[in-house]
Design a protein around this ligand. Sequence first.
Ligand code: 2M8
Length: 424
Amino acid sequence: MSDHSDQTRTERARATLRANDRGGYCVPTARLYPFQWNWDSAFVAMGWATFDEPRAWDEILSLLRGQWDDGLIPHIVFHAPSDDYFPGPDVWQIHHTPPTSGITQPPVLATAARQLLERAKDHALAEARMATLYPRLLLNHRWWQQARDPARTGLVATLHPWETGMDNSPAWDAAMARVPTTTETVIRRRDTAHVDPAMRPRAEDYQRFIHLVDVFRGAGWAPDRMLAASPFKVADIGTNAILLRAERDLLALAERFGSAAERAEIAARIAGMQAAIQRLWDPGLGLFTCLDLIGNAPVRVGTSAGFLPLYGRAATAEQAAVMAGTMQAWAQRVAWLVPSTDPAHPSFEPLRYWRGPIWAVVNWMIADGLAQAGNAGLAAHIRDTTRRLIEAGGLSEYFDPTDGRGVGGADFSWTAAIYLLLTD
Ligand code: 2M8
């Protein structure tokens, strides 16, 4: 009975990827997100790889069709037109084929590529694809340093909440309060026509999101001008931990596909990031925090991103043990782990997007980090929790940590991918 239903569930997850396939790339879900998104696709590629390796490589290659000459991998690639999403290519006004956005997202791609290579059954295909991919990934990691950490602090800056992937996290509230709500662009939101507005960012959030896009478009999308002009500038702990992990994976790939000089270059970036992330440890909160680069102050809000240095292999054994305790404390207030915001924080909202709900991709990264840190028990618990949430709540965009309900959009590609990875 359970074997049969496990097979059915696996088949449903695969069918969701197939249904969201638009020809070599997946949309996150039909209608709400009708294009290819950067970090979604990295997870989706790993999901495809559990049953269709050629298609998994295609997912990555499709995303890289959006890569700019300077190395930027945009957060959205607009492969085909759609009126279902705002802001579309007309707002970004970027001259690239295919059209893209002009900001990025957490760089999971090198990690995904390494996993595809190491788990490959078709070795010839994997070697051929990696030989093409490696220089593109290297170019992208160089872009992160040149465009977002030109002063070589060891921390990259994110200039828009969309870049963090955690759009309306309470971690951005203070920094976003500096961003004016005026826009040149007329705001025509489509998201609230697809899902309950109570679960989405507020109107004021969107005014600030679009104000930032207007500023960057005015700066001609030049990295130095964007960095100088942006009224929002944070060192996001999630992005930095994910980039550090990606650099480690790129270094492993460079053993096979790169030169000694490239390995030295990557190793130097790793050392710089490792040291800088250590400075973001917050013993009072029992996790890592973000740094507001304009106010030059730590952002003292506990979020699930604060556990991601485990995934980046940046936490000490002692910090890993403290973070496990922090998660256990959060578990006293909610039924399910890991809520995206500390449930004791006044900004915690269990249903509003990145202000409380559980996201399967974040749980997957946290569990990976806990396992690596030697906490097999909590890692297994979070993996098991995530699997059960999906089995009960469907392939939903995210989950209510108070009752486990699946909420947001349905039939989500990255949730399907994580289910496939958890049950592979
Ligand atoms: C959400 O972000 C987009 C903007 O990029 C949006 O709300 O319109 C976030 O959950 C982000 O992390 C995710 O990549 C994207 C697509 O699933 O949706």
